[in-house]
Structures are given as C-alpha cells and as structure tokens.
Design a binder for this molecule. Structure first.
Ligand code: ADP
Ligand code: ZN
Length: 666
C-alpha cells in the first residue's frame, strides 16, 4: 500500500479514493465517470471503461490499486512505454514496477521479490507474460488488488491492433475469481465493445461509457493543394515550437516529409515500421523527452503515447476510417489545452483509397467493410455541418454545433451540382461505353474544359459531344466535383490506372432521377477564435495563460527543462504545462498555496516545492488580481515561439489541388 509510505492515511475505506487523488496526484476532484468507476472497482466490481484518449483512464485503475490491499496488475501491450509509465508513477511516490522482456534477469528477480513481499502498488505486465505458467504462479504468491486490462480493444480480432495474447486474459477470471477486473479502451464502436465483453467474459461487469467529445481539439479538414507547404504554414503560423504528430500513409512520404520539415527549420523525426527497431525506439524517446519535436509517422506510431502536450495532429493523407482518424487525432491535447486536428484531403486521396480497397487481397466481406469505413470518412470530409457533431454521431452520440471546428467557424455552402455531375458522368459514359476507352479524371477534366492537349488530340476527344461544355468551372472546381462524385459513390475508379467508371447510381443522375448536393469549399480557417461560440465545445476548453503571466510561465518551463535533463525524464513527468500555467497565473506564495494547484501532489510538493516558490518569487511579484483560472480563453497566444496568432479566417479562396503530391496518372 502506498498510503503508509506517504503517511497520514491509515484507513482503506472507499472515501480514501478522493484523498488518494488529491494527495498523490494533486488533483482536486475526479472527472466525469472517474468517481463512479473508482468506487465500483474499489468495491470489487468488474468494469469496462470506454473513454476517449485523454479522458483520464489511468486514474480509474491507479486510484483503486492504491486504495485496495495488494498490488494492481496492469496488462498493457506497450512494452516500449512501460518504463516511462513506471517512472511517472514513481515520481508521484507510487511504488510501481514492470515485467517485460527488456529486463535483465537480476532486475526481473528484484521486481518479482517486491511483488511477492507486497512492496508494489502497481505492476505492469506485457500480455504475453500471462501465457506462461511461471508468471501465473508468481502472481499467486502475492496479493492482487485488481487486474487492469489497458488497450482492451487489442482483444478484438477485427481491429487493427489485435494481439493474440490478449485472448488468454480470460483465464485471469477463472484463476482469480474474486479479483476485480477493469478493461479500458478508447476504441468505441458497438462491435468492438461487444467483442471485448465476450472475449474477456466481462458480461457481468458494469459498463462506463463516457462522452467521446474532446472539446479542446479543433477539427479542421482542408482542401489539399500543396500539402507540404500547407503543413508548413500550419506549423509556422499556428504551432511554432509546439510538439505534434504528422501522419502520412506511406513510409516514403514519412521520410520525405520529415526531411522537408527539417530543411525548413522545423525539428522533425521519422517513424515507420520499416525503420530499425532501435531507431524507432530512439525517435520515440526523443519525441517524449524533448520539447517541441514533430513526429512524422505512419499509423505504426502512437498507441499509448501519453505525452500530454501534443498540440497538433496533422494528416497529410486520408485515414481509412473515422475510428482511425479519431484515435489518431485524439493524441492531441491530452492535457485539455487547445489543440488542432488538421487534415488535408483531395481528389487523389479518394482515388488512392478506393483503389487500395479494390486491389486488396481481402475477401468480399473485407472489402465491403473497408468501403463502408472509407465512405464514413469521406462523408465526414464532405460534410457541410459541424465536424464534431458528425464525429460524435459516428460513436452514437448526439451534439450541437460546436463552434470549434472549421465548418462551424467558416460554414461552407452547398450547391446544386446535378448538372456538373451529369457533365462528368456523360463524359465518362462516352469514353467507356461508346469508345471502350480507359481514362482517369485528368483526361475527363481536360475534355470538359475544352483543352486541346496532345492526349486529347491523339484520341480525338475533341470530337466528343462533351468537349468544352465545362468552361463554367475551373479545373480546381472540376476536381472538387469528381472528388465528391467518388466520395458519394456516384462514380468509381478501376484498375491500375484508376480509370473512371460509372456505378449503378450514376444512371439515376444521368437519368435526372437524382439530385446531387455538393460542398462549396469555404475560405480556410486559420488560427482560432476559440470564443466563437458559447455552445458546448469552446466553452469547456481549459484556460490559456493571462498575458502578464507569460514571463513567469517561461521561467517555470526553463526550470522544468533543467530538472528533466538532470533526471533524464520527460518534462511532463515533472509537471504538465497546464500545472505550470496555473502556477504562473496564481503565483502561490507558500507551500500550502502551491499544494492547492491542480497537478501538484504531495510527493512533488515535497521534492520541488521550495524550488518552485523561488522561481515564482524571482519571476515577479504576486499580482493579487490574477485569477488561477480565467473563465474563458480569448484568442490563443503561443508562449513558446513568441509569434502572435492572427485572428479570423483568411479570405483567399483555395481551389482543388493543381498538382497532387505524388500523382501518377492524375
Ligand atoms: P487516457 O489514458 O484516458 O488517455 P490519461 O489517464 O493519460 O488519459 O489522462 C489524461 C490526462 O488527464 C493526464 O494528463 C492526467 O493526468 C489528466 N487527468 C486525469 N484525471 C484527472 C483529474 N481528475 N483531474 C485533473 N487531471 C486529470
Ligand atoms: Zn463544429
């Protein structure tokens, strides 16, 4: 038990949960469902917890593990992160250890002895450990407070994170029927939830389903024009000096993008499955430990990354599903501070993804499922209503327009694209049905625009009746039309060269039986007016810093960086940005006042309290009026790079991509 080690708390009643939260973690109160979950598990109940990334899942098992007698055994697939997780707990004065393949024999024996002697509050285990009888026998020698099954969706065979070893976790229940089990995940679809319940035999347990809304994340999906330049603008203009993740589809584009950012003065590292394990490990460790690094990665990166101050997640390619998109973007802003989820999306993405599904090795059912996933993702991209509402609907939640996404901040118009659609479709009809020729979107658009290119002349396409009937729209606008037709399934692509082909639904449009609504892409939203709306989203976002607290915040960050270097720890393990901001805003003058700041627990108060008070004293006199938590963020100020944020949207319009990035036949 930890309680003895920090003193003053003898009993192990349920009411101790709040005290543990305050003394150990330094947080004044539980958030959302946490209190109910913690109480349920402390009382010995099984639970399935569905909470978005950053929702605060860890406390749901850490607090009960500290309150109940014995050691909380945490099963986590994230071997590479166990050391960090354990370090972070130790920094709080919690007696934590882990067992995985990275330990030497001596180290392992020591952790095992600590467990058997009841000297551990939390023990982290890789799931494959539990398939060995030796580990199970070890666990029988100690007292177990609970089993926490982290990333529980890994039990799902249909999910992309499936780990066969997770299937063996059912045995825990048979062997330790009295020990409560709590399974946690941020993957929320109904199907996954059901699979977790059956596979882990958690049917009797209680389910806690939190809202999946992440109000501090601003969702933006922009038209892809010059993706790298657009990315650079985003990073320079809105996130100078910030840590963030850039997702790319292919290893090659990961490497190229990382090089491009570095060449432009932005510290960036690559991460993908093709890199050597040691390089991956090193890059990940640097991303976690250093301030302001950008990780350019494939989706191989990210699960379990609990760096709280990731300020943006940018996608340069279209994710394959809304679920994937939500998981990836969810890695931004775990600390509750304003963050950006930005996706650049264009015609080429739709073609590429449709093609990938078509040529995949999977069976028909697999392809259908992939199509459905992609369709949902495309619908999100093409929506004219609030992105957040659409996202939440996907997770069976309802919401009101959020005021903190691009469609809320700069509402797109919709227009009747029926005639434009007919022009494209009849061009495709003529090429395919009349001439049996195979061409992609580029040629169709050239024909509509009446361009006498070499290829148009070579194939006599200037003789087609649709030649030149599309001069009312620009090339970019035509690309938008084709993109939306593909997105809506009114057109399809086929074969190696992404030939355009008609679908069954095309006939309805050509036969004037169906109207086609299209989205007129609005001016891009840049930076933010985070007070734009009083509705749900923006108002719940945590405060940013009052202007006069900036210098002190900087001084505190410097102090923290020095500490982190000295101890070889990520800076956020010492204190989160949000905690330093609260300190800078409230300027505590005593240990008691400092201890009242959210995120300052007893162990850290003892260890760092005096030093912090000194930084505060030197950093400037206390200003009595400065509130610890201002009611609402104004516009966002960056404290790292010193660049001010512009406000409002930029007026320049953007067409569809002229030159798609890695275009082959487009
Ligand atoms: P998850 O595992 O659900 O992604 P974490 O457990 O990492 O989320 O928590 C996300 C962040 O929120 C962490 O930085 C954590 O310290 C913080 N947090 C969690 N619970 C609380 C709380 N009750 N009060 C304040 N901060 C909290
Ligand atoms: Zn919105």
């Amino acid at each position: 038990m930890l309680l003895a080690s920090i003193g003053g708390m003898g009993s192990t009643e349920h009411g101790d949960a709040l005290q543990v939260l305050q003394r150990v973690f330094g947080y004044p109160e539980f958030r959302g469902d946490q209190a109910a979950i913690v109480e349920h598990v402390i009382a010995g109940g099984d639970a399935l917890v569905l909470m978005p990334t950053g929702g605060g899942k860890s406390l749901c098992y850490q607090v009960p593990a500290l309150v109940r007698p014995g050691t909380g055994v945490v099963i986590s697939p994230l071997i590479a992160l166990m050391q960090d997780q354990v370090d972070a707990l130790r920094a709080l004065g919690v007696r934590a250890g882990f067992l995985n393949s990275s330990l030497s024999w001596d180290e392992r024996r020591m952790v095992e002895a600590e467990f058997v002697n009841g000297e551990l509050d939390l023990l982290y285990l890789a799931p494959e450990r539990l398939t060995s009888e030796a580990t199970l026998r070890l666990l029988e020698q100690g007292e177990i407070a609970l089993f926490a099954i982290d990333e529980a969706h890994c039990v799902s065979q249909w999910g992309h994170d499936f780990r066969p070893d997770y299937l063996s976790l059912t045995h825990l229940h048979e062997r330790w029927p009295k020990v409560p089990r709590i399974a946690l995940t941020a993957t929320a679809t109904e199907a996954t939830r059901k699979e977790i319940l059956t596979r882990l035999e958690l049917g009797e347990g209680r389910q806690f389903v939190s809202s999946f809304d992440r109000p501090n994340i601003q969702y933006r999906i922009v038209g892809k024009k010059e993706p790298k330049k657009q990315l650079l603008d985003l990073l320079r203009g809105e996130h100078p000096g910030d840590a963030g993740i850039v997702y790319c589809l292919s290893r090659a584009s990961v490497e190229k993008t990382a090089e491009f950012l570095v060449a432009n003065g932005i510290p960036a590292l690559p991460y993908h499955a093709g890199l050597d394990g040691s390089v991956r490990q090193r890059n990940q460790a640097r991303f976690l430990r250093e301030d302001g690094l950008v990780m350019v990665a494939t989706i191989a990166f990210g699960m379990g990354i609990d760096k709280p101050d990731v300020r943006f997640v940018a996608h340069l390619d279209l994710p394959k599903s809304v679920e994937g998109y939500y998981q990836e973007t969810g890695r931004a802003g775990r600390d509750g501070l304003p963050s950006t989820a930005w996706l650049a999306y264009g015609l080429q993405d739709v073609v590429q993804q449709r093609k990938m599904i078509e040529s995949s090795e999977g069976d028909l059912a697999f392809r259908r499922r992939s199509q459905a996933h992609l369709d949902a993702m495309l619908a999100l991209c093409e929506t004219v209503s609030c992105r957040r509402t659409r996202l939440l609907e996907y997770f069976n939640e309802s919401g009101v327009p959020c005021g903190n996404c691009d469609t809320c901040l700069s509402p797109p118009e919709s227009w009747d694209g029926t005639v434009a659609a007919q022009k494209v479709l009849s061009t495709v009809y003529r090429l395919r049905k009349e001439r049996n020729q195979k061409f992609g979107a580029g040629q169709a658009i050239d024909i509509l625009l009446g361009r006498k290119t070499a290829k148009v002349i070579q194939f006599d396409h200037d003789q087609l009746s649709t030649f030149g009937i599309g001069e009312d729209l620009t090339e970019g606008e035509w690309r938008g039309v084709v993109r939306q037709l593909l997105a809506q399934g009114l057109l399809a692509v086929e074969g190696e060269y992404s030939t355009l082909v008609l679908t069954e639904a095309s006939a309805e449009v050509l036969g004037r039986k169906r109207e086609v609504k299209m989205r007129k892409d609005p001016a891009p939203v840049r930076s933010t007016t985070r007070t734009a709306s009083s509705s749900s989203g923006a108002a719940k976002v945590k405060v940013d810093l009052p202007a006069d607290a900036g210098p002190l915040y900087e001084a505190l960050r410097e102090w923290r960086a020095a500490q982190a270097r000295e101890q070889g720890m990520p800076a956020y393990v010492i204190f989160h940005d949000a905690t330093l901001k609260s300190i800078a805003a409230s300027r505590p003058g005593s240990l008691a006042a400092l201890g009242a700041v959210s995120g300052v627990g007893q162990a850290k108060l003892t260890k760092y309290g005096e030093q912090i008070l000194e930084v505060v004293a030197v950093g400037g006199p206390a200003s009595p009026a400065a509130p610890a938590e201002a009611p609402k963020p104004k516009s966002r100020t960056t404290t790292t790079g010193g660049a001010a944020w512009g406000s409002g949207a930029e007026a320049d319009e953007w067409p569809e991509p002229e030159e798609p990035d890695e275009s082959a036949d487009w």
